[in-house]
Design a protein around this ligand. Sequence first.
Ligand code: FDA
Length: 298
Amino acid sequence: MFNALIAKTLPIVPKSIVKAVAKRYIAGDTLNDAVQTTKRLEKAGATATIDVLGEFVRNREEAEHSREMSAQVVEAIRQHKLPAYLSVKLTSLGLDIDKQFGYENVKELVEQAKQSKIFVRMDMENTPYTDTTLKFYKRLREDGYDNVGVVIQAYLKRSEKDIKSLIDYNASVRLCKGIYVESPDVAFKNPDEIRANYKKLLKILIENQMPVGIATHDDNLISFAEQYIKGEKISKKNYEFQMLLGVREDRRDDLIKKEHKVRIYVPFGDDWYGYSTRRLKENPQIAGYVLKALLTGK
Ligand code: FDA
């Protein structure tokens, strides 16, 4: 109850406080911070997917800047031989400004990554972009790029149909619950329904031998996935667990110890506000952290 209240009032919490509380979710302001974080994760036995923070850019210059930043990530992964790939939000590349411009931008990145055998995951944003993101994925594959993957959100009622449309592509899918505020017309709202759909979708992905990133911190779903994978004798090549930086590191280490592959989402950059506030709203300890920061300034 109190947490929900804090989550609702976040927009009026000073940005400095939000940043103090949210910094655990972000590698830092610079690409070097992301590189160092990835190296630390490698030592802990995990891999990474690096994301330049930013979304919903307003003009072509911002989109080109975003593309350039992501291109630098690809180059850093190559140079430092990081166990990592790139995650990218299509609205940061100008999808909202002009679809063809957005497509050219993502294609340029995927082409650059392909030269160095680096994979690119297109994050999934809110429902105005679902169709286009899936279309871009299919178009990239038809244009000859297989170093690209997509994300499916279990809270969306359309997701089963979407996954079925990806079977012929043997698509690499990150499966998550979904984080945006969506209408009950298109999305399940009840946590049990979302979990049930997650399990159903995971089974479809695994039955069809599609490479899957099991992106969740939910114990119930992680345990389900572990048992299912064991029961079906799924090869390690075909699945990995994925988690967000700064969330449930105990569970991450436990999965690594059990010899599952684990990939951590490593965001960096100065455009941290939208990403951080979404994370804070999911944090069960949000009220305590925000109050402490308000009282101590840290
Ligand atoms: P849930 O939110 O129920 O969390 C389960 C438990 O984990 C909580 O009870 C709590 O203990 C802990 N927890 C979760 N979040 C926490 C936090 N911030 N701080 C502290 N504890 C926390 N979404 C999307 O719409 N498009 C996308 O492309 C992606 N991409 C993506 C990549 C990766 C690697 C991950 C892990 C997640 C995403 N997501 C995403 C976000 C996803 O949709 C979802 O919002 C979060 O992962 C939280 O959902 P869980 O499945 O963890 O369950």
